[in-house]
Unconditional design. Structure first.
Length: 204
C-alpha cells in the first residue's frame, strides 16, 4: 500500500480488515500490559494500551495486532499457520506419526510449538541442572529450539499469503522452515569463505 509520495506502509502496520475486539485474546493483552508496567481494568484502557504500542491506528486494529494478540489469526491471515509433522521410521519405510496445525497468539504459538517438539524429541534418562533439579533429556538443546522458533516467527514474511512455518520432526533431525529470507549481510557472509557473523541466544 502506498501512502503519500514515496512512502510505503509495511504490511504489519496496515489495518486488519475484519479483526474485532471480541476476537482478541484478553489474557495475552493483560500479559502485554504487565510487561509494559501497566494494568487493564476497562475497554478504554485496553484500547489505549494497544494504541500506545502501535497496534491500533485511527480506531482500527492492525495486521500486527491480529498476528500477536488475536485468538485465531489464521481466520484472516492464513499465512500465520504453523504446521508440525512428525515422522516415524520403521525398517526401511518412513510414516507420518503426528500432524498439528496451529493458529494462536504469537507467544502462545511459540510455547505450544516448543511443547510439541520437546515431547517428540525426549530421550530416556535425565540430567541435573545447576540447582540439582532433575530435568528431562532431549535430542537437541531446549535453548537452541527456543531460539530457532523465535527466529522463525520473527523473521518470516507475513506479507506472503503463500507463506507459513513448517516444522518436521524425525528420530534423528528437526527442521524448522519459514517463508522469510536471511538479512542481506548474513546471506552474503554465508556465501563467502569466511563467515563474519555470530548467532547468539540468551537464557530464558
Amino acid at each position: 500500500n502506498q501512502v503519500g509520495i514515496g512512502k510505503i506502509e509495511r504490511w504489519e502496520r496496515n489495518h486488519s480488515i475484519d479483526l474485532t475486539l471480541n476476537e482478541l485474546d484478553v489474557e495475552e493483552i493483560r500479559k502485554t500490559a504487565e510487561f509494559c508496567g501497566e494494568s487493564i481494568n476497562s475497554e478504554i484502557e485496553l484500547l489505549s494500551l494497544l494504541k500506545s504500542i502501535d497496534l491500533s491506528k485511527n480506531g482500527k486494529f492492525t495486521n500486527a495486532t491480529d498476528v500477536c494478540l488475536s485468538k485465531r489469526p489464521s481466520e484472516r491471515v492464513p499465512q500465520v499457520n504453523v504446521r508440525i509433522v512428525s515422522f516415524k521410521k520403521e525398517k526401511s519405510e518412513t510414516f507420518y506419526n503426528d500432524i498439528h496445525n496451529l493458529s494462536l497468539p504469537i507467544c502462545k504459538l511459540i510455547d505450544e510449538c516448543e511443547k510439541i517438539i520437546l515431547n517428540h524429541i525426549k530421550i530416556p534418562g535425565y540430567v541435573f541442572d545447576e540447582g540439582g533439579n532433575r530435568q528431562n533429556n532431549y535430542l537437541f538443546p531446549r535453548r537452541a529450539i527456543h531460539e530457532a522458533l523465535v527466529n522463525a516467527v520473527a523473521h518470516r514474511d507475513y506479507s506472503n499469503y503463500k507463506g507459513g512455518i513448517l516444522i518436521n520432526i524425525a528420530d534423528d533431525y528437526l527442521k524448522i522452515w519459514n517463508s522469510g529470507s536471511l538479512p542481506v549481510e548474513v546471506a552474503i557472509s554465508l556465501k563467502s569463505d569466511k563467515v563474519s557473523y555470530v548467532s547468539i541466544f540468551n537464557k530464558y
